[in-house]
Design a binder for this molecule. Sequence first.
Ligand code: AMP
Length: 411
Amino acid sequence: MITKPKGTYDIFYQEASSWKKLEQTLTSFFAKWNVSYIRTPLFENSELFRRKNDFSEVVQKQTYDFTDKGGRSLTLRPEGTAGVVRAIIENKLYVDTHSNKFYYFGPNYRYERPQKGRFREFYQFGVEVIGDKNYLVDTEIIDMVHQLCVSLGLDVTIKLNYLGGLDTIKKYSDELKNYFTPLANELCQDCQQRLHQNPLRIIDCKIDSQKETITKNLPQLTSFYDSNTKEYFTNITKMLQTLNIPFIVDPLTVRGLDYYTDIVFEVISNKTGQTLAGGGRYDNLISELGGPKLGAIGFAFGCERILSEVEFIEDSDLDYYVLANPAEACYSYDIVSRLRKLNKIIKFDFSNRNFNKKLKDGLEQNPHYLIFIGTDEVSKKTVTIKDTKTTTQVTISKNEFINKLECETNV
Ligand code: AMP
């Protein structure tokens, strides 16, 4: 048997309905917030992700890279932002005043060690907002994240941190390098590498951030803020308080991808402690990728993690479940066919199986009505219909039943 690749999964039945429902909820949410849908390719030219100053694990170690038959170096997208930004630049969407907010939904690929909530193919949805740097835009994005969590029924904590601009990040990173260098032997292998490439990432390392000897005298990021930086962050937190949006400021929240500056945030589940989403401002990425000097901010949620937190139960949309014997198939299928022409959603079981088993399976599908067709119904040209909600049951003439439905649906 050929099995699915490691770190992937199949979805069907109830789980497939939950995914559909999640997508529907998102579609109507983003319509209300006037966010445009954008779809970009699953693979991009590798250079899009392999930028010279990105030392993040995702980009350095986890991408699925391949060379196509034309010798092009391509990469399955490990995240959504870079592709969306590439599309915005290439299609000059930044000159369109129509919309500067885009959302995406789709799979990403990372060569990670599969575990609970971590897959090699996983779905994210996210939003990117292009435009000038403004604390109102930052506040709106965090407001959107908060409202999304409410709409999805997620109980979360939003953690914020303010990294400042490239200057502040550079100064703080240098200070961290000085601080961590004498502790290098205590750092995990990844962090020993990070010490040279991106010391900021050491402070949110799952292993090292737990060691007291490492975090005890950690330099404080806030001491590197200038007055503008301080004011900007205060403006955001004040507005969030005015809007009653709950958040906590966490100086240890830095993001996994290296393009973030200024505001960064993470959404943590209060139920399981897992990280459901992350985001932040990335004012240098658009120009770095050849676009104009334009600010941007965005976030991404992991769909598998959302679906492991909340169950989306779809209302049954099955109108009729028809139970008949194979001997009555011709009479019964005529009814099925005529009901379908009236746009009714039908399932039927004309098998030879035990009646009680068929009935049990039918009820599990939660139809609005059951239709029974036996020898008696066929000989008298009737159907027996049971309303599964009220449990009332009637036997009526087949023609009367269809005619009534035709009148109701104005056919
Ligand atoms: P990131 O793009 O790394 O900032 O991740 C944003 C969100 O995507 C995370 O908070 C997770 O919910 C989700 N996520 C990231 N990587 C994976 C993965 N390998 N499997 C499942 N979900 C993931």
